[in-house]
Design a protein around this ligand. Sequence first.
Ligand code: BES
Ligand code: ZN
Length: 878
Amino acid sequence: MTERPPYRLPRDVVPEHYELVIEPDLPGATFVGAAGIDLRVLAATSDIVLNANELDINRAALVMADGRNVVPEVIYRPGEQQLCLRLPTPLLPGNCRLDLRFTGKLNELLRGFYRSKFKSPSGKEQWVASTQFESTDARRAFPCWDEPDFKATFGVTLVADDGLTALSNAREVSSELVGNGKRRTRFAKTIKMSTYLVAFIVGPFELTSPRVVDRVPMRIAYVPGRGALTALAERAAAHALSFLRNYFSMPYPADKLDHIAIPDFASGAMENVGLVTYRETALLVAEDSAQVERQRVVSTVAHETAHMWFGDLVTMRWWEGIWLNEAFATFMETLATDQFEPRWQIWDNFGVDRAAALATDGLRASRAIEHPVGRPEEADDMFDVITYDKGASVLRMIERYLGDETFRRGLNLYLDTHRFSNTDVTDLWDALESASGQPIRAAMSTWVDQPGHPLVSASLTGPFELTLSQRRFLLDGGAPDAEQTWAVPVSLRYGTAEGGVEHDQLLLQDVSTTVPLKAVPTWLVVNEEAWGVYRTYYSEDLRGRLLSSHTGLSNRERLSLVSDMWATTVAGLVSLPSSLEVWWTLRDDRDPDVWWAISSGLGLLDLISHEEDRQRLHSFVVALAGGLFDDLGWGPAIHPQGARGQGQRLGGNGASGESPQQARLRARLVTLLGTLGSDDAVRTEARKRLALADAGEAPLPPDLATAVAQVVASAGGDEEWSVLYCHYKDAATPQDEVRYLQSLGGFSNGALLSRSIELTFSGEVRNQDAPYLLMSILGKREGSVLAWEAIEAHWEEMQRRWPANSIHRMLEALPGLAGTSHAAADRALAWLDAHPLPRGELKLRQARERLKVNLAFRERIAPLLRAALEDALNQRER
Ligand code: BES
Ligand code: ZN
């Protein structure tokens, strides 16, 4: 056995039950607490070691089985966030109880036990106190064995001002006044669970009346003024619970389920058992808001509800297994959302997340999905696109490979075997192998235990022979450090001269192989439906055949074609004109996600182009997207009030009869033409529409609102800045608030961007939002240097004020510095060398690598860009 590192707890004493009494003082920003912890001593020891962080321990006593009290010496080890309770004589195996009294501060860093301020509809400022414990911040609220496999039950009691709502993981069992204007609320004993899933919340929350699904009462909680925004969350919560209960063939494990929106929240949402917390935009939404905004609520609710089984009932043993939690929740979220609203075609949209995962996984600084985690602070760095999106894509790949029923049976077996307990990834392979009868462990290890993904090259080496080969794909175009192979599920589909379609499946495990074909293919797809987590590089011949038959490709296949072509262009394997040709061929494509992929390629070209070539690039964008947009038009969602004699609830939600895809496509094209395309007509129209909306003459169609705000900002001046700022300040919904705040990052004018940067540090913007405004400015050509200067100037302040996870997230936009001079990029890299961040080391290495990839791309492509664009435009005229 390897030696236990000092930051891990010894296992000779384990907790079985915690009785917690917590009394927060909201205005005073402090709390007092008492914990009675039932312990089982497994091996004789005179030290009891548990976690605590920034707590003052006022009293500690051990109550022995015979009633004797022993007072230990309390030794605090701040470096390890541990308390050591040293006893005069060793404890012998058996049971005892630890009684602790402590006090702590309600912080404003959105972690541990923290407080958050909001303005009630009457304009009064009020506080709420809430918890966020994952990964290792339960120890900031009460002393505990804060590692996921010390599962125990919890009995929580909250003491707070009478009139405030108090909530925790389990049902309320009693509530009584205790004098001093205080009320004591006790909650039932929880299931056996990990500390990171405990939650307690106090504040002037309102609640929907319970809706009982499968005997589980569910409610939505929100601060006053938000009551009109709960209907979708209620429906989504009910649907998710019954969908997942059926899928897992297992009832929901706890006794109630509340979903609560907290005014300040560090991430999107958190799966505390029975009391899921959300940022407001992820739970509260108007029924007539944009489809993407409603989809976010439905999928977040589904994601967190899935965690009730996957994560809460069955939990990873240690943080390197966090992908089991998050990848599964992401996978299940997509299954559930697809059933909730099939019209959203969410599995197509999943292709965008998969593409984002591959974009990071193509860096040398990527990591394996299952990655060692040592110190607790490293756990927080695991919540990234590799864990969530590559993880979920790999799960979808296995599910498709094994078949959905077999896969589901494997999961049921896994959950059933390990409920109320902890697992390693090998337990999942056991269950899937036993359900499928197939040895999948070695194949899965190639996806989970090594970084990167393959580029599968395909070429015809005979009329009836296809040759496939694999190697690691790297965006910098260089050779991999070591030879790697994967067990690649290849799923071929090809057309024959007679108009037939053939299919073939194989597992490519060697570096290369040949596949006999039944006919000479007129076209051929290697990764049918794009479920395989790899990129494909078609020989020029195959690429040509594919392009001439692109109408036979599914949405996800076209998305992956564009995305693979672009990635191989960035890597220098495919020429720029070839990628331009693909875009050109797909210019009438009606899938919004295909346009997402095209737009992101265009965005990089805009970032790295020489100033004097930008005009040409704008014309290219207009030539590319203008035709489709003319066809689509600003309607049907845009009509001045009464013009069609019907209501205004239009756009994407079905009221207009338009598909959600079409509404999203329109927004995508408006954004593309009005920003990267600098299209005057679109810009003028966007300004006009915003003005009409402000004048109360015609509301903005919800699905277009973000696009309009972005376009208005893009060409906007002083006046537009003020208009958008006022929209931000007066926002009636959480979605409007972030929409208009984010739009302030969309200006092209340096002085106005500086004004937006000032705003991020003014204290006026919520700390949960400020980093993302700065991020959008750092990521764009006109803003990156300004943003970077501000980052240097406010470095200390950012660390002090913003949530710990948000600094390295914001720095993901660092590659935006490729739009300026080498000198600016070098300066930033040197600063980062001299100022290491306490967290996010890997993310930062990835951002730095991508910046270098972008700079190299600029060096290679910028000089060729004008000619390539001119050729493409000329060909069109011919
Ligand atoms: N468990 C996470 C929240 C979390 C993330 C806690 C990082 C601590 C550190 C939660 O289940 C989650 O994944 N939330 C997502 C939203 C989800 C819909 C993808 C988030 O916060 O972005
Ligand atoms: Zn999650």
